[in-house]
Design a protein around this ligand. Structure first.
Ligand code: ADP
Ligand code: MG
Length: 260
């Protein structure tokens, strides 16, 4: 078997039932190494339920998840994260009082598993390494600013830097640009696409803004009422009659220009 073509993530027949209601219904897909893949679908389609099963927060009713050739179904979130599946966390209230670089240093200390032994010296540790992660997301100039005064878009970039400190091979991002202005959405996804290209990390993300999805995703999957109705490149997904039916009326899948 060609090792290059082995998927980093393989999802088979993933199903979540709530008292017979199938929030996620027999979903199967792969994510390739270095792939930026979008999971889209109307509100309530099952995207977050799907993500929560991949991250170990939610136990599937049926189905399996394989990461890098290893079955991860039923593992705890922490175990899955340790294996190299990262995700963007919301920065908590506690960390708001720290500076930008201190947040990244905290993540690095945790990554190197030194949290309990070195607390008094924490701020001397990993400063150079933290600065490299800030450079990756273009935030070196803001290293010593308190998080509490960051613009929302910058906070999102910091969250991305923090997620990268654990050197994930797959990054799961459920609505990473929620609450952001359109231009900031495009910027964050452009940055994510650059990181995918430069570091070879795979990213699976959900996103409402179709301009962002179609501009950046290598492949797009469409979920509707728990079922996957499309999985392909932008052209194939746009041409899919079932997808057109789901998005008809909403008008979010096609720009005005596409209809002209
Ligand atoms: P999306 O992220 O695509 O908007 P969700 O995964 O959040 O969709 O939800 C999918 C469906 O599952 C929705 O109809 C939602 O109401 C339902 N659902 C989600 N969580 C639960 C739960 N804990 N109990 C019952 N139904 C749920
Ligand atoms: Mg959701």
């Amino acid at each position: 078997m060609d090792p290059i073509r082995e998927p980093i993530l393989r999802v088979e027949s993933l199903t979540k039932s709530y008292d017979g209601f199938l929030a996620v219904n027999d979903v199967s897909f792969d994510v390739a190494p270095g792939e930026l893949k979008a999971l889209i679908g109307p509100n309530g389609a099952g995207k977050s339920t799907c993500f929560n099963m991949l991250m170990g927060q939610l136990k599937p009713t049926r189905g399996s998840v394989t990461f890098d050739g290893r079955a991860i179904t039923g593992l705890k979130p922490r175990q899955i994260w340790r294996l190299g599946v990262g995700r963007t966390f919301q920065i908590t209230g506690t960390y708001q009082s720290m500076s930008v670089i201190e947040n990244v240093q905290m993540a690095l200390i945790s990554h190197h598993r030194r949290i309990f032994s070195v607390a008094p010296y924490a701020w001397k540790l990993y400063r150079d390494e933290a600065m490299e992660f800030l450079a990756t997301v273009g935030m070196e100039a803001q290293a010593d600013r308190p998080c509490s005064i960051l613009a929302y878009g910058d906070l999102k970039r910091l969250e991305l830097a923090i997620a990268l400190t654990h050197r994930p091979r797959l990054l799961l991002m459920d609505e990473p640009t929620a609450g952001m202005a359109p231009s900031a959405r495009i910027e964050l996804m452009q940055l994510t696409a650059d990181i995918v290209r430069e570091q070879g990390v795979s990213v699976l993300f959900t996103e409402h803004d179709m301009d962002v999805v179609f501009a950046h995703a290598h492949h797009i999957m469409v979920l509707n009422r728990g079922q996957l109705i499309a999985d392909g490149d932008a052209a194939a997904v746009r041409a899919n009659p079932q997808v057109q039916e789901v998005y008809l009326g909403g008008g979010t899948l096609f720009k005005e220009a596409d209809h002209a």
